[in-house]
Design a binder for this molecule. Structure first.
Ligand code: FMN
Ligand code: SF4
Length: 513
């Protein structure tokens, strides 16, 4: 009996995968000659809904299949891997979008049954945790993570091994591991894809981290707008507990190490992704940023030493412990080691998630993987690293995907989100929208951010409406100076960046009055 795979994560569902699932189930009952396996997404969103069949170990794809196409596809020989046009795209491993990628963190996404522990274990899951529990002590785990050169994927690119070392070295009666799955940057979806497609990789990464720092309790904080990711993680936690993958005696093999995880829903605010606001929110308070220092590694959740890492950072740990830190560090450039999940969004022919080693250029990613802009459109700008990233025009696209190369040109790679704007975008409207977003999302703790973002939004709004005044842009400059210099967190400090870059790059758009 053949296995037929269907991607059923949020992105696939948004274009009809649920209906395709119902059609496949009906045909399965009628024909009884295939098994339906539900997976997460491979990140090739432009191919979804995507149905695959496995024949002699190779996966063959049928793209953009709708519910009404399913019976016909089966009648015409999908189970035999027939070339049925316009759906058939051949071997998945050979399609250009996937062929050039190096999937390490996202190796299971779209490949194995999502939320099935046996499928995870069959694909080398658990090897890293076994090594961490039975072969390595805490300093050896941390040394391996340091050797990998892994830097946090949540935005600040802080070295993960150094953070773990600080928590391990800080004495306390209790320590915590927190996975940051708030993923608020517009145009980013790596954490969601990971949690929906390969939840056990995150749990395994958290358990290894717990062993390394001496924590016995973990939390996964998931953005409120991600109900499917939350449901999948809750299911994975329960399954893992039943199987001894979490609990009092990890792996039930006499490890004597206890670790358990709780899934929590985010509070629906962008600022709750900032680590200290997240901790406040986890403690049941309003998500307000805490001054640093003290850092969470010393004084975190309930005042205890806490590792807070991004979901993608933690989900990369099993590969590092399984294959070795040196193996991981052999990829990448400079101080940006390994691979990064670039999330392509906006005006592109083939938006999706691409995992590549650091070092390729932004232009390559946009053109070779994203397919370039749609026919007849020209590039206005690219925004990388979320709503606080600057606008990059054509002349900057040859920058390497590398945390430090981006910093050198005054940009930031952040969580790896790339949003492409074309000639239909009005720079003034974009600047207004981005600043209005900050005004809405500011936690309000410090005046430059709370009032500055509000005032800058009003000024941009008045220019938009043709009521701009002489001196408006100078005033925005002054506000930006205050926000950059005296905001408590990066939300206020970096909010002026895209607006100032829009004014610098497209001054004519701001002369509306
Ligand atoms: C306004 C703001 C929002 C943030 N949102 C997120 C987020 O959604 N997810 C995330 O992992 N980190 C976010 N961060 C970064 C976190 O504060 C923190 O650096 C990160 O979770 C640490 O994990 P890492 O070392 O694995 O990157 C945000 C930071 C700021 C200033
Ligand atoms: S900069 Fe803005 S979001 Fe950050 S602490 Fe201050 S008011 Fe809150």
């Amino acid at each position: 009996m053949r296995d037929v795979f269907l991607s059923l994560d949020s992105s696939s569902r948004s274009i009809g995968a649920r209906e395709v699932e119902a059609a496949l189930r009906a045909e399965q009952t009628r024909r009884n000659n295939f098994r339906l396996v539900l997976t997460g997404s491979r990140g090739a969103f432009f191919l979804e809904p995507l149905v695959e069949v496995e024949i002699d170990g190779a996966r063959l794809g049928y793209a953009n299949a709708r519910a009404e196409d399913i019976a016909g596809l089966l009648d015409q020989g999908l189970l035999e891997g027939k070339d049925i046009q316009p759906f058939y795209i051949g071997k998945m491993s050979e399609i250009p979008f996937l062929r050039g990628q190096e999937r390490i963190t996202f190796r299971n996404c779209g490949v194995i049954e999502a939320g099935a522990l046996d499928a995870y274990l069959k694909n080398d899951g658990g090897i890293a945790l076994r090594r961490a529990l039975f072969e390595l002590d805490s300093p050896a785990i941390i040394a391996e993570v340091k050797r990998s050169g892994l830097r946090g994927r949540g935005g600040a690119a802080f070295p993960t091994g150094v953070k773990w070392q600080t928590v391990a070295d800080t004495p306390a009666d209790e320590k915590y591991v927190v996975a940051n799955g708030d993923e608020g940057d517009p145009g980013t979806y790596a954490d969601r894809m990971l949690m929906e497609g390969d939840p056990f990789a995150l749990l395994e990464g958290m358990a290894i981290c717990a062993k390394a720092v001496g924590a016995h309790k973990g939390f996964i904080y998931i953005r409120a707008e991600y109900p499917a990711a939350r449901a999948m993680m809750k299911h994975a936690v329960e399954t893992a507990r039943d199987a001894g993958f979490l609990g009092d005696d990890l792996l039930r093999m006499g490890s004597g190490f206890a670790f358990d995880v709780e899934v929590r829903s985010g509070a629906g605010a962008y600022v709750c992704g900032e680590e200290t606001a997240l901790l406040e929110s986890l403690e049941g308070k309003r998500g307000m940023v805490r001054p640093k220092p003290p850092y969470p590694a010393i004084n975190g959740l309930f005042g205890r030493p806490t590792v807070i890492n991004n979901v993608t950072t933690l989900a990369t740990i099993p590969a590092i412990l399984r294959e070795g830190g040196d193996w991981y560090a052999a990829r990448g450039v400079g101080r940006s080691k390994g691979t990064i999940a670039i999330q392509l969004a906006g005006s592109l022919r083939a938006p999706g998630l691409v995992e590549v080693p650091f070092g390729v250029t932004l232009r390559e990613v946009i053109n070779a993987y994203g397919g370039g802009l749609p026919e007849g459109r020209t590039l206005l700008a690219v925004q990388v690293g979320g709503p606080l990233g600057d606008l990059m025009t054509e002349d900057k696209l040859d920058v390497r995907i590398d945390f430090d190369a981006f910093t050198e040109i005054g940009s930031m790679l952040g969580h790896g989100g790339v949003v492409v704007y074309d000639d239909r975008t009005e720079p003034l409207q974009l600047a207004h929208r981005l600043m209005a977003y900050v005004a809405r999302e500011s936690c309000g703790k410090c005046a430059p951010c709370r009032l500055g973002s509000q005032r800058a939004t009003e000024i941009l709004d008045s220019i938009r409406k043709g009521a701009g005044k002489t001196g408006d842009l100078e005033l925005i400059d002054d506000i930006a100076f205050a926000m950059r210099g005296s905001s408590l967190c990066a939300l206020g400090a970096m909010a002026p960046t895209p607006v100032l870059s829009a004014i610098r790059l497209f001054p004519e758009s701001f002369r509306k009055n």
